[in-house]
Design a protein around this ligand. Structure first.
Ligand SMILES: [Zn+2]
Length: 217
């Protein structure tokens, strides 16, 4: 692992601080939620690339599994009103990917939802929702195109993910297992790591995860 990776891990751990999962949650999960209405969601969906928009999964077993899982994560993040909740948009695609689109639509590919266990998937959802807490930071960092600072934000979103997984009653290590599983799938399929473009290397994320989980006890 590179020295820059180590610096990023230290910076993210320092930003998160120590304490119980509940305590860290109160610090990290801030009120930065944009309020959405039906129109905003409809506009966001209309603006999706056709390759995604035309492949929405609107029924079936997978959707019935994913929906309540997202609801649990949203409840944990106290996004209980419809106006605070992104719309789930499950779409048929092999590449494992999830992305919060325009802040109000959570894009999830079948290639991600199918192979991942519930606890793993909940972590991915929480990571994506976690970006909301660091939006101002992200804008500043993106303007300066500072890759290292971006990695620190990604690690902080990983922290949000692992806290969420733990507070939902799963083992937080499942989140890391999910990331590793995605990497294996990408390798098997010869895919570039679509989900991880702006993210630190998995080895750095793994070390960060191990340290965070240890500090949670
Ligand atoms: Zn991210």
């Amino acid at each position: 692992m590179l020295a820059t990776d180590t610096n990023e891990i230290e910076a993210a751990l320092a930003a998160i601080g120590t304490g119980s999962a509940e305590k860290i949650k109160t610090r990290l999960y801030t009120e930065r939620i944009t309020v959405f209405n039906e129109q905003a969601r409809a506009n966001a969906i209309a603006a999706l690339p056709a390759a995604i928009r035309n492949h929405r999964v609107t029924q079936g077993k997978l959707l019935r599994r994913v929906e309540p899982l997202l609801t649990q994560v949203l409840q944990l993040h106290e996004r209980t009103r419809a106006s605070q909740q992104p719309e789930l948009f499950l779409f048929a695609h092999d590449t494992p990917t999830a992305q919060l689109w325009r802040g109000c639509v959570l894009l999830v590919s079948t290639g991600l939802a199918e192979p991942l266990y519930d606890g793993e998937l909940a972590g991915i959802f929480a990571h994506e929702l976690g970006h909301v807490y660091f939006e101002d930071e992200m804008t500043t960092v993106q303007q300066r195109s500072n890759a290292q600072a971006m990695h620190v934000i990604e690690l902080k979103c990983d922290a949000v993910a692992m806290l969420s997984v733990k507070l939902l009653g799963y083992n937080p290590v499942l989140y890391l297992k999910g990331l590793q599983r995605i990497q294996v799938i990408n390798k098997q399929k010869g895919l570039s790591s679509g989900l991880f473009q702006s993210h630190p290397e998995l080895v750095a994320r793994a070390q960060f995860a191990e340290r965070l989980i240890k500090s949670l006890g």
